[in-house]
Design a protein around this ligand. Structure first.
Ligand SMILES: Cc1cc2nc3c(=O)[nH]c(=O)nc-3n(C[C@H](O)[C@H](O)[C@H](O)COP(=O)(O)OP(=O)(O)OC[C@H]3O[C@@H](n4cnc5c(N)ncnc54)[C@H](O)[C@@H]3O)c2cc1C
Length: 409
């Protein structure tokens, strides 16, 4: 392959563009250019190598009523988008079958095993090692009863290439200066980490790509033909040896145009970010489980993220969610701006919570990398290495059979 068009400049598309270019392929990256549109902008920045368990599990189905937004939880469904998530939910339930769940866990374990080293390789390639912080992350609890129950559940959970230990009183005391009261218990997970700031990382990849002669076109792909020709919104067409679909949740329309069943949903999440903060840089990403809040210290402020809202990736934000997130931050006693940055965006999620990575069987000029659910930042570098292997007809480091999009046919 001599040339490829990458559709979508989120973290996945940008990482793939860079790797393909480094392999000697002429790459054109196409993206309309609104950096806040995709989840790559507003996510929690966590390199979540520990998340080897697919969310498509019966335990999550039983827990759903207690996690519902109606009772103060993070889980919600946009009723006006019911036709979208209704069909998706049927496939989700099918994916919860114990044998499929076990296969999914094995596939995620293999993919996540090298996710942190792949991040380090990417940061080294960019000659910016400070983009990645390998300082683990924390899950913390405010009530002893919740902590005991959660830690018992953790002991039964798979952790992939990561491990955890209970935090000491001295570790927990570090939260005294930034919370109304420190957590009563917590665990520090090692083998995980965070990026310095998600958009900064994407900017670094795109800058390196263009400096090395990569072409970025501000346009929208409207249709892909089986031979890899791409029709753009501007009316132009683009011919190359191949095309890579990496348009996050919007990949669905492009793939369905090729006749490929692609049950992607927007699993929407919200953030509030405060530029003013006293949260120290060396406190790792912290999950406050009872509050359904993740706090991440980035170079440009403190970000809090929450919610799993199923619906269209293009729907407007729900004011109630930003208000609830604001109250939760206040309950914790975190110093936060009165006018934080507000953002909503969509995790691109397939019903079995595995990404789609591969080469289309019926149209081999079409490659794809989307559906990275809660782990698109985590998996972007390892995905780019796999895509590069596929494009250059080498054997990927991970068996990609579980990630075929044809599994939904
Ligand atoms: C609140 C929240 C917190 C999260 N936290 C984490 C975390 O801590 N760690 C983690 O690993 N993951 C996290 N995620 C998930 C992660 O952000 C996503 O999985 C990831 O950003 C997906 O990246 P992507 O490049 O596939 O898609 P996107 O970020 O959606 O990018 C797709 C790009 O394609 C462009 N595009 C769309 N259609 C077209 C078209 N037709 N033509 C050209 N371009 C097009 C879009 O404009 C966009 O720029 C989080 C998500 C949310 C919502």
């Amino acid at each position: 392959m001599k040339s490829i068009m990458v559709i979508g400049g989120g973290l996945v598309g940008a990482a793939c563009a860079l790797r393909l270019q480094a392999a000697g392929i002429a790459v054109t990256l196409i993206d309309p250019g609104d950096k806040r549109r995709g989840a790559s902008y507003g996510n929690a920045g966590h390199i979540g190598s520990e998340q080897v368990t697919p969310w498509s599990a019966w335990s999550n189905v039983w827990r759903a009523p207690m996690s519902s937004f109606a009772v103060g939880g993070p889980l919600d469904f946009r009723w006006s988008d019911a036709p979208l998530w209704g069909a998706w939910a049927m496939r989700f339930l099918a994916a919860c079958a114990p044998a499929r769940y076990a296969r999914g866990q094995a596939a995620l374990t293999a993919l996540l095993h090298d996710s942190m080293p792949a991040w380090v390789r990417l940061a080294d390639f960019l000659e910016q090692p400070s983009l990645v912080k390998q300082h683990g992350h924390v899950t913390a609890w405010m009530s002893p009863a919740k902590a005991d129950a959660a830690m018992a559940a953790m002991a039964r959970t798979a952790w992939g290439a990561t491990s955890y230990c209970e935090m000491t009183a001295a570790d927990l005391a570090r939260y005294e200066s930034v919370l109304a009261k420190p957590p009563c218990a917590g665990v520090l997970v090692t083998g995980t980490g965070q990026v310095s700031e998600p958009q900064a990382v994407r900017d670094a990849m795109l800058a390196a790509f263009t400096e090395r002669g990569g072409v970025v076109v501000a346009d929208t792909a409207m249709r892909i033909e089986p031979n890899g020709r791409v029709a753009l919104a501007s009316g132009r067409t683009h011919d190359g040896d191949a095309v890579l679909v990496a348009a996050g949740p919007w990949s669905r329309g492009l793939m369905e145009g090729l006749g490929v069943v692609t049950p992607l949903i927007g699993e929407r999440g919200y953030h509030l970010q405060s530029a003013e903060t006293n949260w120290p840089f060396d406190l790792p990403t912290t999950v406050f489980e009872e509050n359904f809040v993740v706090l991440s210290r980035f170079t440009n402020g403190l970000r809090s993220t929450s919610f799993l809202e199923f619906g269209s990736p293009d729907a407007p934000g729900d004011e109630r969610k930003w208000a609830l997130l604001r109250r939760r931050i206040a309950d914790l006693g975190v110093k936060f701006s009165d006018h934080p940055d507000r953002w909503v965006g969509s995790r691109p999620t397939l019903p079995d919570y595995l990404p789609a990575i591969g080469r289309l069987e019926r149209a081999p000029n079409v490659l794809y990398a989307f559906g990275h659910q809660h782990l698109g930042l985590t998996m972007a570098p390892i995905t780019s290495e796999i895509v590069c292997a596929i494009a250059t007809e080498k054997t990927p480091s991970v068996d990609v059979a579980p990630f075929r999009i044809e599994r939904f046919a």
